[in-house]
Structures are given as structure tokens and as C-alpha cells.
Design a protein around this ligand. Structure first.
Ligand SMILES: Nc1nc2c(c(=O)[nH]1)N(C=O)[C@@H](CNc1ccc(C(=O)N[C@@H](CCC(=O)O)C(=O)O)cc1)CN2
Ligand SMILES: Nc1nc2c(ncn2[C@@H]2O[C@H](COP(=O)(O)OP(=O)(O)OP(=O)(O)O)[C@@H](O)[C@H]2O)c(=O)[nH]1
Ligand SMILES: [Mg+2]
Length: 582
């Protein structure tokens, strides 16, 4: 019998209402003793008085009883909704504990929900991340995972892999000459589709981590161009020291800032130059690191000074940041302009300082679901013939869904078939879900993508028009580092142009697709990917047992996202990061 647990489920602070949540077999009897009631009608709100052990009434509350298994945890749950603030809820919690519940560990309600099959890990993580998320963009992505879209992705991939395994199991049993001719080829095709879809989701998820964690924006430039002044202006308070001495900022200064629906983490850096000072050099090495880790670089130049070797050095560093969004900012435009770099000075970056700004949309559909569906269809045809073969061999087997998880013993035909059979049902349910998902996607206009230089084909070149006049907001996606025009600003006026440019860039990143929301999920996909690549090589060499081994590894890795086999370690690690009462 699992213990009955309790905790305050609402945030600690002053508010209208607090909820004490109780879950476990004793939840109802504790609630009845607490309220001096003889029964509670499930899923009804009941107004009661609360009584302590001595029979003294200490407050009023609304009780809601969720009868097992129809509750968040799958166990009997009672919610005690008290008045807000610190005292009413803690009195209620104390009384509940006195009646035999124990205080819940962080994440324990969600862990029980997982263990009772109420949700898989991808949903549990989406809840936890949602609670901690700080931007609406993050909340939207997490809501998709909460609705089970990531769980569907995993289930489909897993089903496709199990089927591949089934093909090959059949082949192992065949004499080499009798091998069905198309089976190996179909398997290879399915593998490459799965590899492509995993590559895509990991690539997208890595490049869009900023949506969840906050995009990193680094302010970079030579000393004294006004980087710290711009930071202060963007934050609307004096965060960084500003002075007319070059080399003022030494450490990285990071602050969070909400822009539209996005969260950014903006970093002011030490001005980059050749410096004799040890301290300053350390600061400069930090600047370079910040630039390389940033999602977006604000490259700041000083309009009041002539172009010099230090500016050239900054351009050189920027050119090394391949494929990164760079917003060029020409600061101090309130002063007499002396900044007139020649075409030769700018080289490849000429356009950055002269071209008129433009925006490019590059809609690339992100139909993971469609891909998966395709895979399972290809799979179905070949699998059916495999399954027939197996049946013909009249194999008796244990239909446990978990059998294919064993990586120590090479899987047998029986287990492969068992799993394929087991997953067929799930797969068709998932397919139904996917079909509706696809329809939904079809109506969604996909936002621009820009990961690699390849993705920015030159549909932009015709919009370049030479112009040396002051120019509006910063660019959208264009070919990696170039063809941007500087924003002409002064730190006191015009910083809103930077905010607008950032927002339009971030909006273009805010694609409406499926995404892995944390490192654990990305790593699981990456190890599945590595195993599939090995599997493909093994298959090409005809090493079928080793192929099966690698496929099993991939299945295990991908399953870690939703239902891991090494449950205890992962669960303890994961749920302990939840907040109390969840
Ligand atoms: N008062 C309250 N509000 C809340 C929660 C809660 O636990 N209590 N939630 C906590 O996160 C979220 C809602 N999530 C929930 C998920 C499942 C069930 C639940 O009782 N599920 C049952 C019955 C389903 C049904 O009737 O449709 C089940 O799955 O069997 C409750 C809340 C947000 N708001
Ligand atoms: N007139 C004018 N002065 C500015 C502007 N922006 C910054 N300044 C001045 O330029 C000097 C340097 O500004 P900072 O913001 O400290 O420059 P920085 O790039 O952070 O310098 P380091 O930290 O040394 O790399 C200060 O005296 C600022 O007041 C501007 O737009 N117009
Ligand atoms: Mg500074």
C-alpha cells in the first residue's frame, strides 16, 4: 500500500485561494475527519468547516474528491481549497498530516501519475517545464507536448523500429538464398526515413532551445562604442557601468528581458581589442565565448570615430560566427559622423553597411507527423508479409510488450512479432491522431527557418538596393552573416529599433512545430540516431544480428523520452526537479 501524501499545491505567497492536495488510499478518510463529514460526492465542490484534532473549527474550505482512478494521480485525491495566504493553508496541511498523511516530495504527485499510467514522461516534463517557463512562446510549445504530440512522435518511431526488427528477424530465419528480395531494401528505406526525421527534430530542437530557455543575445564590439549604454537603455535601468574610458566592462553582464512573447538573455561584453592588460584580456576571451554561444549578436560600431583596425578585427570575428543572426548597430549617430568605411574595408560585409533592409520568408514545412505516417505505411506492407511468415512457422510466444527491451540477448522472431503485434493497436490509434494533426498542420502557415546557410537561398538578392541613408529596422533572415544594414541609433534614442529587430527575428523563429523541450529528450534522440546509423551500416553489410542489436538500442533510447526501461534512476532524477505539490 502506498502512503498517502499531502502538500500545498499553490505558490507560496499572498493570494485569494490555496490548495492542499492529498493523494492516496487514506485521502478520503482524512478529508472526512478533517471536515466532520460522513461522505463526499466525487467531483463536486463541497463547502465545509475544517476541524483540528481537538475538534476545534479553524477555518472553512471547499473540498473536491476525485475518486480513483479518475484523478490527476490515478489514486484517490482530495483537494482542500482554503483561503489564501500563509496561515489558512498551513493549518489545513498540519491537520492533514496529523491525520496520517506524510508530506509529499517534490514531483511526487506527478511521479505517481506516471506510475499509474496517467501520463508519460514527455507530458510530465512538459508540466514541470511549463511551470518554470517564463515566456508565452515556451508555454505554447510545452502545451503541445502536454497534449501528447511528443508522446505520439515517440510511439510512431518506436512502432516503425519494432516493425523493422520484425522484418529482419524473419530474414535471420531464412536461408540466405530464400530471402524475400524487397525486405532488406524496405528496411533500409525505413531506416533512412527515421534517421532523417530524428536528425531534423534534434537539429530544430537544439537551434530553438532559446524558445524555452531564453534566446542569448550578445552585445559585441570594440571598446567604448557604447555597448553598456545600449544594454542599460534596453533594460531601462543602469545595470552596467558606463564611462568614456575604453575598457570599462570586464565581466560578462547578463540580464533577462521580455520582448513580445519571448524571453531573451542579453549579455554585455568587454570591448574587444588587443590589450596589454591581463585582466582586460580575460574579459575579452569571455566576450569571444559569449559571441560564439549567442543565438543573436548585436554588433556595435561607433559612428563618431573613423573606421580602424579594431573595427576590422570585429568584422573578422563576426565572419567566423557562421550561420548566426547578426544585427549591425551603428551607435552615436547623434554625433558628427566620421565612420565611413570603404568598400575595401568591408570586403564581403559591404552590404551589411550599405544595402537596404529587407525580409525573407522561407516557409519550410515541419511535418514530422507526415513522415512518420509514411514510414509506418511502408512498414505495414512489408510487415504483413513478415507476420504471415512468422505465423506460418507457428511460433508460440509471450506477448509481453517489454520483451524487445532486452539488449543482452539477441531478440528472437517471437519477441519481434509479439512486439509488432502489440504495437499495431497503438500505432493505429496514433495514426488517427496524426491524421488530425496533419490536417491541423496543413492550415498552419509555417514560419521562416534559418539554421544553415543552405536554407537561405538567394531569393533575397533582388531586393538589395544600394543606399547610404539612415535605414529602418534590422533585417530578417538573409544569407548568414551578410546583407544587413546597420541600425543607426544613439544609445539614448533608437534602441527601440533594436528591440523591434529582435522581436521580428524571434517571431520568425517561433515556428509552430513539434520540439524536444529539454536536454534529456535531445540526448535520447541523439543516441537513438547514433544507433540507427550503426544499424544502417550493419544492414548494408548483411550483419543481421548486429543490426537487430542496434535497433534495440535505438528503441531503448527513444523510449527514454516517454517510458524509460531504466525507470528508477531516471524517475528519481527527473521528478526531484519538480516543484513541491506537483
Ligand atoms: N483544482 C485543480 N486545478 C488544476 C489541476 C488540479 O489538479 N486541480 N491540474 C493539475 O495538474 C491541472 C489540470 N489537470 C488535471 C488532469 C487530470 C485530472 C483528473 O482528474 N483526471 C481524471 C479525470 C478525467 C476527466 O474527468 O476527464 C483522469 O484522468 O482519470 C485533473 C486535473 C490544472 N488545474
Ligand atoms: N554621444 C553619445 N555618446 C554615447 C552614446 N553611447 C555611448 N556613449 C558614450 O560613450 C562612452 C562609452 O560608453 P560605454 O557604454 O561605456 O561603452 P562600451 O562599449 O560599453 O565600452 P567598454 O565597456 O569599454 O567596451 C560613454 O561616455 C557613453 O556616455 C551615444 O549614442 N551617443
Ligand atoms: Mg561596457
Amino acid at each position: 500500500m502506498s502512503e498517502t501524501i499531502a502538500a500545498i499545491a499553490t505558490a507560496h505567497g499572498i493570494g485569494g485561494i490555496c490548495i492542499v492536495r492529498i493523494s492516496g488510499e487514506e485521502a478520503l478518510s482524512i478529508a472526512l475527519s478533517l471536515s466532520h463529514r460522513s461522505s463526499l460526492r466525487p467531483r463536486y465542490a463541497t463547502l465545509v468547516n475544517l476541524f483540528d484534532a481537538s475538534g476545534e473549527a479553524f477555518g472553512e474550505a471547499i473540498l473536491i474528491y476525485f475518486k480513483a482512478p479518475h484523478s490527476f494521480t490515478g489514486e484517490d485525491v482530495v483537494e482542500v481549497q482554503t483561503h489564501g495566504g500563509f496561515t489558512a493553508s498551513s493549518l489545513a496541511l498540519d491537520a492533514v498530516l496529523a491525520l496520517g498523511a506524510r508530506i509529499a516530495n517534490p514531483g511526487e504527485f506527478s511521479k505517481r501519475a506516471f506510475l499509474n499510467g496517467k501520463m508519460d514522461l514527455s507530458k510530465a516534463e512538459a508540466i514541470s517545464d511549463l511551470i518554470n517557463s517564463r515566456s508565452q512562446s515556451a508555454a505554447k510549445i510545452l502545451a503541445r507536448n502536454l497534449r501528447g504530440e511528443l508522446a505520439d512522435f515517440v510511439a510512431n518511431l518506436r512502432a516503425a523500429l519494432v516493425k523493422t526488427l520484425a522484418f529482419v528477424e524473419v530474414c535471420i530465419d531464412y536461408a540466405e538464398d530464400d530471402l524475400p528480395s524487397d525486405v532488406l531494401q524496405n528496411s533500409q528505406e525505413m531506416l533512412s526515413q527515421n534517421i532523417a526525421s530524428l536528425e531534423k527534430i534534434t537539429r530544430i530542437s537544439r537551434s530553438r532551445r532559446g524558445l524555452i530557455e531564453g534566446f542569448k543575445v550578445a552585445i559585441v564590439g570594440k571598446p567604448n562604442v557604447g555597448k553598456s549604454s545600449i544594454l542599460n537603455s534596453m533594460l531601462s535601468f543602469s545595470r552596467a557601468i558606463v564611462s568614456d574610458e575604453a575598457g570599462t566592462t570586464r565581466d560578462l553582464i547578463e540580464e533577462s528581458l521580455q520582448i513580445g512573447t519571448h524571453l531573451i538573455r542579453i549579455v554585455d561584453t568587454a570591448g574587444i581589442r588587443h590589450s596589454g592588460s591581463k585582466l582586460e584580456s580575460i574579459g575579452i576571451s569571455y566576450s569571444l565565448r559569449a559571441a560564439s554561444e549567442a543565438d543573436v549578436i548585436l554588433a556595435v560600431f561607433d559612428a563618431s570615430r573613423e573606421w580602424d583596425a579594431e573595427d576590422a578585427q570585429i568584422l573578422k570575428i563576426l565572419r567566423e560566427q557562421k550561420g548566426k543572426k547578426i544585427i549591425y548597430v551603428l551607435n552615436k549617430c547623434d554625433l558628427l559622423r566620421k565612420f565611413h568605411p570603404s568598400a575595401e574595408d568591408l570586403g564581403d560585409d559591404l552590404e551589411a553597411f550599405s544595402a537596404k533592409n529587407f525580409a525573407v520568408k522561407n516557409p519550410i514545412s515541419e511535418n514530422f507527423a507526415a513522415e512518420n505516417l509514411k514510414q509506418s505505411q511502408t512498414c505495414d506492407a512489408s510487415l504483413n508479409s513478415c507476420a504471415q511468415n512468422l505465423k506460418a512457422k507457428n511460433l508460440k510466444h509471450d506477448l509481453s510488450a517489454q520483451n524487445f527491451t532486452s539488449i543482452n540477448s539477441a531478440p528472437t522472431s517471437q519477441t519481434a512479432l509479439a512486439n509488432s503485434i502489440n504495437l499495431v493497436g497503438q500505432n493505429s490509434a496514433a495514426k488517427a491522431g496524426l491524421a488530425s494533426l496533419n490536417t491541423e498542420r496543413a492550415t498552419v502557415s509555417c514560419a521562416a527557418e534559418n539554421f544553415t546557410q543552405d536554407d537561405f537561398k538567394q531569393n533575397s538578392s533582388n531586393s538589395i538596393a544600394p543606399s547610404s541613408s539612415a535605414i529602418n529596422s534590422a533585417g530578417q533572415n538573409t544569407q548568414a552573416n551578410s546583407i544587413f544594414t546597420p541600425l543607426e541609433i544613439s544609445a539614448n534614442e533608437g534602441v527601440d529599433q533594436i528591440l523591434t529587430a529582435l522581436e521580428s527575428y524571434l517571431n520568425s523563429q517561433n515556428f509552430d512545430g513539434l520540439m524536444l523541450s529539454n536536454e534529456r529528450q535531445i540526448l535520447s534522440c541523439e543516441s537513438a540516431l547514433a544507433a540507427l546509423k550503426n544499424a544502417s551500416e550493419r544492414l548494408a553489410c548483411g550483419e543481421l544480428e548486429l543490426f537487430a542489436f542496434e535497433i534495440n538500442r535505438a528503441i531503448e533510447a527513444i523510449a527514454r523520452i516517454s517510458r524509460p526501461f531504466e525507470r528508477d534512476e531516471i524517475l528519481d532524477e527527473m521528478f526531484s526537479n519538480f516543484c513541491l505539490g506537483k
